[in-house]
Design a protein. Structure first.
Length: 471
């Protein structure tokens, strides 16, 4: 991380001006105000049919100003940092406080002590010519793996965000956030049938991310399991045991349970878990975590977007619901410290409670033993889209790949099925948790009102009964 003067220079402001802006924002009697400055550079490159089909570079720059008064939020932003324009935005945000009542108190927070994503090679020092050979090597390597491949699409993107946050408590926090992402998709044809497979990686890391090792890793993954995809059929549906494979199955944990633990839904009484704090929601031994401190992880941050240092938060510990995911607003409402989950898409948006890296910790069960204990069921390891009702907890997810489990063995591959269930019931019906936690490092993005990068993961988990939508 750079020193604070680096950020003051980028945004062409002084500390005294920051204080003037928060004072102006509170001029109508708000409880709390904060400033969020952002300078982001973004680059992307797409290789398709052996040629660059698209690419671009853009810069985003501006400041968002927020005022909190009771239950109300005033928010305005400026796409430049001229003092006159920022003062105008501060006054606009302040106006929301007129005529409101019911003050709230906001807590100070401690600073971070180390950087979660040190950079060896700055993306901003690299040109497009640096990355084109990498994408061509990736394309060539994938084509060499399987003669059934008829098309490869390879894309990469990088971004660097300088952010500076200041609030009416006098806290000044700064961060530079790198991000590198690579995605490869292969299209296969066999006997008139077409299948496709995608592999991706994304980290908060510098350009040292682009390497031959990454080429080989993605090429291996994008062809893995394609034989089973061509053989897969749609099985008979019904109620049955479901084994969730380690890694990407964590998206079900994120969607079906994680959102319901976000404190804004609970504060407003919209979540199925709103009245379950301190109650058992899973069997003993189950721990569900949202973690902003995983080094280089896509969802991590030295600070959240309210200047609160990242931390690891146990939502469920030993089966008991022990914390929601808080931003400063919900933390003040509940009278607890923020968990560092206040996140925003960019300076044009106010922060709201959002997940970071959400996963279930490893248990003690052997993954093969979990499968061996299932007489009849289904094993799933890749999901695509899903739908969740936060209030009721009901969810539906589409499964991209999996296997039947018959007498404790994986047998026929399956596809085109839905997994249907209820979040609280699914948590309560966990029978076994494997010792093989895997965090999936794909390009996961959460779209709750705004888009933010996240990651997810879980060990192998057996749920005793879910509805499988098949034939």
């Amino acid at each position: 991380m750079n020193g604070k003067q680096y950020y003051l220079d980028i945004f062409k402001v002084s500390e005294s001006q920051l204080k003037t802006l928060t004072d102006t924002a509170l001029s109508h009697g708000g409880d709390f105000s904060d400033l969020y400055f952002e300078h982001t550079t973004f680059f992307n490159l797409l290789l398709k049919d052996g040629v660059v089909s698209s690419g671009g570079f853009h810069t985003d720059f501006g400041v968002g100003i927020r005022v909190l008064k009771g239950e109300k939020t005033g928010y305005a932003y400026s796409e430049n940092t001229e003092m006159s324009d920022m003062l105008q935005a501060a006054k606009a945000a302040s106006a929301i406080a007129i005529g409101t009542c019911g003050a709230r108190e906001y807590m100070s927070v401690n600073d971070r002590v180390h950087d979660l994503y040190p950079v060896q090679r700055n993306w901003r020092d690299c040109s497009a010519e640096t990355f084109l050979p990498f994408l061509k090597d990736l394309e060539k390597e994938i084509f060499s793996r399987d003669p059934r491949i008829i098309k490869v699409i390879a894309r990469m993107s990088d971004s660097v965000s300088d952010v500076m946050m200041f609030n009416s408590l006098g806290e000044l926090t700064c961060d530079t956030r790198p991000m590198g992402s690579v995605t490869a998709t292969a299209v296969f044809q066999q006997n008139g049938k077409t299948e496709n497979k995608t592999a991706s990686r994304s980290f908060r890391i510098g350009a040292e991310f682009i390497s031959k090792d990454l080429v080989m890793e993605l090429a291996d993954e994008v062809v893995r399991g394609i034989d089973e995809r061509f053989e897969a059929t749609r099985p008979k549906g019904g109620q049955m045991a479901v084994v969730m494979g380690a890694g990407a199955s964590g998206i079900l944990l994120h969607e079906a349970m994680g959102h319901a633990f976000e404190a804004d839904f609970n504060r407003k009484g919209q979540s199925i878990f709103s009245d379950k704090m301190g109650q058992r929601v899973c069997p003993k031994g189950v721990n569900v975590v949202d973690d902003g401190t995983v080094a280089f992880n896509r969802g991590s941050g030295n600070y959240d977007d309210e200047g609160v240092p990242a931390q690891k938060t146990y939502m469920v510990e030993d089966g008991v619901l022990c914390s929601y995911l808080h931003d400063r607003i919900s933390a003040s409402w509940y009278g607890v410290p923020s968990t560092g989950n206040g996140r925003r898409e960019n300076f044009r948006y106010n922060p709201i409670p959002r997940m970071r890296a959400t996963y279930m910790e490893s248990g003690s069960a052997d993954p093969q033993g979990i499968i061996a204990d299932v007489r009849q069921g289904i094993y799933v390891d890749e999901f695509s889209n899903g739908q969740v009702k936060i209030g009721e907890g009901d969810f539906t997810f589409f499964v991209k790949s999996g296997f039947l489990i018959e007498n404790g063995r994986l047998t026929a591959p399956v596809k085109d099925i839905n997994i249907i269930g209820n979040g609280p019931q699914a948590l309560a019906d966990i029978v076994a948790v494997g010792n093989d936690l895997k965090i999936d490092n794909g390009t996961w993005t959460c779209g709750k009102e705004q888009s933010v990068p996240v990651s997810c993961g879980m060990p192998t988990v057996l749920i005793s009964s879910l509805t499988v939508g098949g034939e």
